[in-house]
Ligand binder design. Structure first.
Ligand code: NAD
Length: 472
């Protein structure tokens, strides 16, 4: 594993390492596969200083210049997609073909965001004056990335911040640092020194970053619990924040669907990435008239679709990504079983590594933990409903409000239901779709602000209104 062993941070376009190292574990085998630097205050100060130094010149570049370098970055990712995907699967567990999709998807995203521009707006024009609104970069952005989509979400943050003229210090999750560090290495000859710095470290590093006075903004994706801590920390010097947090997304399946046609799509919407997707379906409400048929079809898929080590060809599902999350999801499952709930288990899984069979829970009570909490793993409660108003109330009865879905042959009816769901995104007859042009964000405790689209870019800027007289 020479690449993994060589992982180094990128600070001021230079490789930097630390004496202390973090162990990185392959969740498919539970073995250590590499090491990453464990940065502390000194390396963080160094990274912030480099980013601050780079900011004035980067801010002064044109959108076209920045966009060109982002396109080069995307191209470099495409050229190294196989190597990056392999490293991704080793540290993350997701099967290789889908790991590669994330790398290529991230490159596609960078290209998409790089093409969006925030031009100067003229909001008033009279004989006496013109009022212009400029969208100015904020300064140095602190980016904190979770382990479930380490490269895609890093690419979102990097592209938003850099396209709008900010510089950045980015930290991957300590569970998945290697691919991101390698990505940093690949950028060293693309961006001017200090524009993009990538550092890694253990649990101590995130709080050091959010309280660092050198940052103007925090862009965070992760759990709601951590998001609250970050907001508290940012309040001390009123740093700008974008928080993309957890979800407990409901999908509502109406009686008119073709069960055979929708079953696999519903299954993948819940179990892709072993259920570790912020916008995965985590509560599946099925109309009572088709409940048994759809339940049995989903169970059959769980029993037949391939799960195992993602380095083996043909796998669709891998392990849970890390040991604490594995223990949490197992506990949720065991508690459900101990409470007498009916579990419908999928195919057997390898004994070593953090594997759990893909599991359905047959119509558990609404207040059971497996329904009320974000499981963030391969366990899905199936819930019966009979009445539309009642199921909408049940779907909305959550502190979360990230995404939701409605499935029906009657798209107009589905749209009426979609409008009543209290979530940032609703899909009709589809799952997990997103685009660089479409804002993604959560209602309620699923977040503050959005990423993607013009609205996402705006979050990395400060509007500056300039009143220009027509005569001196
Ligand atoms: P997490 O909150 O534990 O960690 C996210 C990142 O923050 C990591 O880099 C971590 O090291 C860092 N961090 C942890 N504690 C910190 C602190 N006190 N101060 C600063 N940084 C800190 O989340 P996770 O377990 O890595 O990710 C899973 C969660 O992320 C799920 O809840 C999921 O729904 C959510 N998520 C949301 C979105 C979205 O777009 N809304 C996308 C992906 C994941």
């Amino acid at each position: 594993m020479p690449l993994a062993l060589a992982a180094q941070m990128t600070i001021g376009a230079e490789p930097v390492t630390t004496e202390r190292l973090l162990e990185v574990i392959n969740p498919a085998t539970a073995e250590v596969i590499g090491h990453a630097p464990d940065a502390g205050q000194a390396e963080l100060d160094q990274a912030v200083a480099c980013a601050r130094k780079a900011f004035p010149a980067w801010k002064a570049t044109t959108h076209e210049q920045r966009s060109k370098l982002l396109q080069q970055f995307a191209q470099r990712m495409v050229e190294h997609a196989d190597e990056l995907a392999e490293l991704f699967t080793l540290e993350h567990g997701r099967p290789l073909a889908m790991a590669k999709e994330e790398i290529l998807g991230a490159a596609f995203w960078i290209r998409g965001i790089a093409q969006l521009e925030l031009p100067v707006e003229v909001v008033e024009e009279t004989d006496a004056r013109r009022v212009e609104v400029h969208h100015e970069p904020l300064g140095v952005v602190c980016a904190l990335v979770p382990w479930n989509f380490p490269i895609l979400l890093a690419a979102w943050k990097i592209s938003h911040a850099l396209a709008t003229g900010n510089t950045m210090v980015l930290k991957p999750s300590p569970f998945t640092p290697l691919t991101t560090l390698r990505l940093g290495e690949l950028t060293r000859d693309i961006f001017p020194a200090g524009v993009l710095n990538i550092i890694s470290g253990g649990d101590h590093l995130g709080p050091l970053m959010t309280s660092h006075k050198g940052f103007a903004k925090i862009s965070f994706t992760g759990s709601t619990a951590t998001g609250k801590r970050i907001m508290e920390s940012a309040a001390k010097d009123l740093k700008r924040i974008t928080l993309e947090l957890g979800g407990n997304d409901a999908a509502i399946v109406l009686p008119d669907v073709d069960v055979d046609e929708v079953a696999l799509k519903l299954f993948m919407g819940a179990f892709f990435n072993s259920g570790q997707v912020c916008v995965a379906c985590k509560r599946l409400y099925i109309h009572e008239s088709i409940y048994e048929r759809l339940r049995d079809k989903l169970h059959q898929l769980a029993q037949t679709l391939p799960i195992g080590d993602g380095m083996q060809p043909g796998m669709l599902f891998g392990p849970i990504q890390n040991l604490p999350q594995y223990r949490r999801v197992l506990q949720l499952r065991d508690e459900a079983r101990d409470a007498g709930l009916v579990l419908l288990e999928g195919a057997a899984v390898p004994e070593r590594g953090y594997f759990m069979p893909l599991t359905l829970v047959d119509n558990p009570p609404e207040d059971s933990r497996v329904v009320a909490e974000e499981a963030f793993g391969p366990i899905l409660p199936l819930l019966r409903f009979s009445d539309i108003d009642e199921v909408i109330d049940r779907a909305n009865a959550s502190d979360y409000g990230l995404a939701g879905a409605v499935w029906s042959k009657d798209v107009a009816k589905a749209l009426e239901i979609a409008k009543r769901l209290e979530t940032g995104t609703v899909w009709i007859n589809q799952n997990l779709e997103s685009s660089p042009l479409v804002p993604l964000g959560g209602h309620k405790q699923s977040g503050i602000g959005v990423e993607n689209g013009v609205a996402g870019l705006m979050e990395f800027t400060q509007p500056k209104s300039i009143f220009v007289p027509k005569s001196a």
